[in-house]
Design a protein around this ligand. Structure first.
Ligand SMILES: [Zn+2]
Length: 713
C-alpha cells in the first residue's frame, strides 16, 4: 500500500507540473463546480497529452448532459463508419427548459414576412463546430475544454454568457477522419516525445485523416451534401439557423494563428452581403486579437483564405444570415514538433482554439442585437432584392432522366429551396427565403476579382448535375413540390416471353443493369438507335439501350421477369416489355448491332501517390450509386496481383512513376486482351507519356496572371 501511495503522489506531482495542467487553459474561469468532472478527470490524462478518440469525446459530452442541468445532448446523424454525430446544447437551466419557446422567438428573425424588434431580448444562438478536417485535431480537444468551461464554471463572466446565449457544441464534424489520425498520432507517440519532423508520428500514411470515409473533403460538402455528415448538419442547420458559426482548422506547422477577416478580394463572393465580411468581421476581430495578445500568441488576419465557395463551413452560414468564422492554427501534427522557433506542442495549439471559442461566445453575446438585426435584414432582402441578371427564377428538368430530376429536386430541398411544378419541368423562383442559395445553384460566373484560383473557386451545381436550366424573366407558380410529390412515374414493366428494354438515359440504369447481371441475366447494348413496339406503345431508344432477350436466358421466363421487376422497383428505372423483335424504325432486336455486355469486375489503384479525393469519388460512385463492388488495389502490392480477375481498371490522377517497365507491360498486355483501362486526370498524361496508348495531349495556354498558390484550408 505504501508503495502505491508513493506512485499516486508521483503521478499527482507530474500532473500538476505538466504544462497542460488545467490552469494552463482556464485559470481565469474559476471557480468551477467540483461536481462536474473536467476532461482531465474524465479521461485520465491532461488535454494535449494524448489525442482523444471520438467515442471518448462523445462519452464526455454525454456525461456533462447527464449530470448538469446546463447541458443537453442531441444526436444529429451517423457517419459512414457509424460514429455518432452529436451536438451539446449549453445554456442556463432556465433557458434550456424554455428552449422551445426561445427557438420560436429566434426563428421569427429569419422569417421575412414578420419584423420583431426585440433584438436584445432573445438569447443569441452560437454554433461552435470543430474538426471538419480529421487530421487537424486541436479543435475537438478545445471543444472538450469549452464544453467543460461553459457547463462547470461559476464565474460571473460565464454566467453572463449563458444568460444571453444558447451554445451548440459540435465537437467533431468528421469523426471517421479524426479517428484515423488519432489512432496514427497515438500509436507513434513515445514517452520521450520525438519532435523531429521526420518521425512517423508527424507523417501520416495514405489516405491520411483529413477526409471522411470515402475520402471526401467535408469542408466542401456543405453545398453538395453528398455525405451523411453534411446531410445531418444541414438538417440541423435549417432547424436552428444559428447567428454565429465557427470552423476550426489547422495549417502549416511554421505558421501562427489566423482569424477573420479574410483576404479582402478573395472573399468577395458576389452573392454575399458586403456587411458580412466588412462590418461583422471587424466587430469580432478585436475580441480574438485581445485573447491572443493576453497569452502572447502570434496571429495574422486579412492576408489569406477566401470565402468564395459557398460549401465551406465558414461560408455556408454566411449565406444563411449568420456570421461564419474561420480559424486556422499552426499544426503540431502529433504531440510535439520542431518549428523554426523551437517546438510547437499539441497543448499550445489547443489553447489557441479554446480561447478563440470563448472569445466567440463573448463577442456574440456582446453584439447580440447587431447579429439578430443583421440576420433579419439578410432574409428580408432575400424577398426584396433584384438580381443583376433580371431573372425572376429558373426553369429546369431533363426530358429523359426522372431519377436525375428527382435527385436534383431532393438536393434543392435539402437547402430549403422551394421548387414548383411547371408542366413537365420544374421552376425555382428567386423571390424566396433561400434567394441566395438559388443564385448559388444556378448562376455561373466567368470573372473573378482575385488572381488566385483554388480547387473550390468555381462551382455550378446545376451543371454538376448535368441539369439544363434557363433563367426566366417572368413565370407563374405551379404546385409546390413537397416530400410527398411523386417525381418518378415510369410505368410498371409487365411480363414478356420475348424481351425487355432498359432505357440507358436514366441515371440509375447502370445500377439496374449491374443488379440484373449479378442475378445471372444476360444483356446486350444497342450500338444504333431504334424505335420499338413495347407493351406501353411505340418508344424511341437511344444508343446504349440495354436489351434483355428472354429466350437467351438459362431461366424460365417467370424467373427472368422476377429479376426485371425487382430491378425496376429498386432503382425506379424506365424499363419496357416487348413481344416482338421487329422494330418500327432502326435496328431489330436480333441485329448484330446489339452486342453482349460483359459483367464488370472493377478494380482501382490506391495508395501513396494516388489522389485520394479522386479515388474516393470513384469508390463512392460505384459503391453507393451503382451498388457495384470495386477492388481497391494497393500500388505497393501490384507485383503480387494478377489483373486477370478484372474487366476494368481505374487509374485516377496520381504519381505512377513508381510503376516499373514490367508492371507497365502487365497493364498493357491485360488491356490488349480486351479489358478496359479508365484513366482520369494526370493518369491519362502518364499513360500517353509511357506510350501505353497512342494519343497526344492538347497544350494548355500559358496564364501570366497566376501569381501564387492559395493556402490549403
Ligand atoms: Zn482544415
Amino acid at each position: 500500500m505504501q508503495f502505491l501511495k508513493k506512485i499516486t503522489v508521483l503521478v499527482l506531482f507530474f500532473t500538476v507540473f505538466n504544462s497542460f495542467s488545467q490552469e494552463y487553459f482556464f485559470k481565469d474561469k474559476n471557480p468551477f463546480n467540483p461536481k462536474i468532472p473536467s476532461p482531465e478527470e474524465f479521461l485520465g490524462y491532461a488535454i494535449g497529452e494524448q489525442h482523444t478518440r471520438h467515442d471518448q469525446i462523445v462519452s464526455y459530452l454525454y456525461k456533462l448532459a447527464e449530470i448538469s442541468d446546463r447541458a443537453e445532448i442531441e444526436v444529429y446523424g451517423q457517419t459512414h463508419e457509424r460514429r455518432k454525430l452529436v451536438i451539446l446544447r449549453v445554456s442556463t437551466p432556465e433557458n434550456l427548459s424554455n428552449l422551445e419557446d426561445i427557438k420560436k422567438q429566434h426563428l421569427q428573425f429569419v422569417d421575412p414576412a414578420i419584423t420583431p424588434k426585440n433584438y436584445d431580448d432573445v438569447p443569441i444562438f452560437i454554433q461552435l463546430a470543430y474538426n471538419v478536417h480529421g487530421n487537424e485535431p486541436s479543435g475537438s480537444e478545445a471543444a472538450l475544454l469549452t464544453a467543460y468551461t461553459l457547463v462547470a464554471s461559476n464565474s460571473s463572466e460565464i454566467q453572463n454568457y449563458l444568460n444571453n446565449s444558447v451554445v451548440f457544441i459540435d465537437p467533431t464534424i468528421n469523426p471517421d477522419g479524426r479517428d484515423r489520425h488519432t489512432q496514427w498520432a497515438n500509436q507513434y507517440k513515445a514517452i520521450s516525445l520525438v519532435s523531429d519532423n521526420a518521425d512517423a508520428e508527424h507523417n501520416e500514411m495514405w489516405p491520411r485523416g483529413r477526409t471522411n470515409h470515402y475520402w471526401f473533403d467535408l469542408n466542401r460538402d456543405w453545398l453538395l451534401a453528398v455525405n451523411p455528415e453534411s446531410e445531418g448538419k444541414l438538417k440541423w442547420y435549417h432547424d436552428w439557423y444559428p447567428n454565429v458559426v465557427t470552423d476550426f482548422h489547422e495549417m502549416g506547422t511554421n505558421s501562427n494563428f489566423f482569424f477573420e477577416p479574410m483576404k479582402a478580394i478573395g472573399s468577395k463572393d458576389p452573392i454575399m452581403p458586403k456587411e458580412n465580411y466588412e462590418d461583422l468581421n471587424n466587430l469580432f476581430a478585436p475580441y480574438f486579437a485581445k485573447t491572443m495578445d493576453e497569452i502572447g500568441s502570434l496571429y495574422f488576419t486579412k492576408e489569406a483564405f477566401d470565402g468564395t465557395y459557398p460549401g465551406y463551413g465558414s461560408s455556408y452560414p454566411d449565406l444563411q444570415g449568420a456570421l461564419a468564422l474561420l480559424f486556422e492554427q499552426a499544426s503540431s501534427r502529433g504531440h510535439l514538433q520542431d518549428t523554426d522557433y523551437g517546438t510547437i506542442s499539441f497543448g499550445f495549439t489547443i489553447r489557441n482554439q479554446y480561447r478563440s471559442s470563448i472569445a466567440t461566445v463573448k463577442a456574440a453575446v456582446e453584439n447580440k442585437a447587431v447579429l439578430r438585426k443583421y440576420q433579419q435584414d439578410f432574409f428580408k432582402s432575400a424577398v426584396t432584392k433584384k438580381t443583376a441578371s433580371g431573372f425572376v427564377g429558373y426553369e429546369f428538368g431533363d426530358d429523359h432522366d426522372q431519377n436525375r430530376n428527382k435527385a436534383f429536386v431532393d438536393f434543392l430541398m435539402k437547402h430549403k429551396i422551394k421548387v414548383y411544378e411547371k408542366g413537365a419541368k420544374f421552376y425555382v423562383p428567386l423571390k424566396q427565403q433561400q434567394h441566395r442559395m438559388v443564385q448559388t445553384m444556378f448562376e455561373t460566373y466567368s470573372q473573378y476579382t482575385d488572381s488566385v484560383f483554388y480547387d473550390a473557386s468555381a462551382w455550378s451545381v446545376s451543371n454538376f448535375y448535368n441539369m439544363k436550366s434557363k433563367g426566366l424573366k417572368s413565370a407563374r407558380l405551379g404546385k409546390q413540390i413537397t416530400a410527398a410529390t411523386k417525381l418518378i412515374n415510369n410505368p410498371i414493366v409487365i411480363k414478356s416471353d420475348y424481351a425487355y428494354i432498359l432505357d440507358w438515359d436514366d441515371y440509375n440504369a447502370p445500377a439496374a443493369l449491374h443488379y440484373m447481371q449479378k442475378r445471372g441475366l444476360k444483356a446486350s447494348a444497342a450500338f444504333k438507335k431504334f424505335s420499338a413496339n413495347t407493351t406501353n406503345g411505340t418508344k424511341d431508344f437511344n444508343y446504349g439501350t440495354v436489351m434483355i432477350p428472354v429466350s437467351k436466358q438459362q431461366k424460365p421466363s417467370e424467373a427472368v421477369y422476377e429479376i426485371i421487376r425487382q430491378a425496376q422497383q429498386k432503382f425506379r428505372v424506365p424499363m419496357y416489355a416487348t413481344n416482338t423483335g421487329f422494330s418500327i424504325k432502326g435496328i431489330d432486336l436480333g441485329s448484330n448491332n446489339f452486342r453482349k455486355i460483359k459483367e464488370v469486375k472493377a478494380a482501382m489503384f490506391i495508395g501513396n501517390g494516388v489522389s485520394s479525393y479522386e479515388a474516393g469519388e470513384v469508390w463512392h460512385l460505384l459503391d453507393t450509386r451503382v451498388e457495384m463492388p470495386i477492388t481497391k488495389l494497393q500500388l505497393h502490392n501490384f507485383n503480387r496481383i494478377s489483373l486477370d480477375k478484372y474487366t476494368t481498371l481505374v487509374m485516377v490522377s496520381g504519381n505512377y512513376g513508381q510503376l516499373d517497365s514490367i508492371q507497365r507491360k502487365k497493364i498493357k498486355d491485360w488491356t490488349s486482351r480486351g479489358n478496359t483501362l479508365i484513366t482520369i486526370g494526370s493518369a491519362s498524361k502518364w499513360l500517353i507519356s509511357k506510350k501505353l496508348v497512342k494519343e497526344s495531349l492538347t497544350k494548355k495556354p500559358k496564364d501570366k496572371n497566376i501569381l501564387d498558390k492559395s493556402v490549403n484550408r
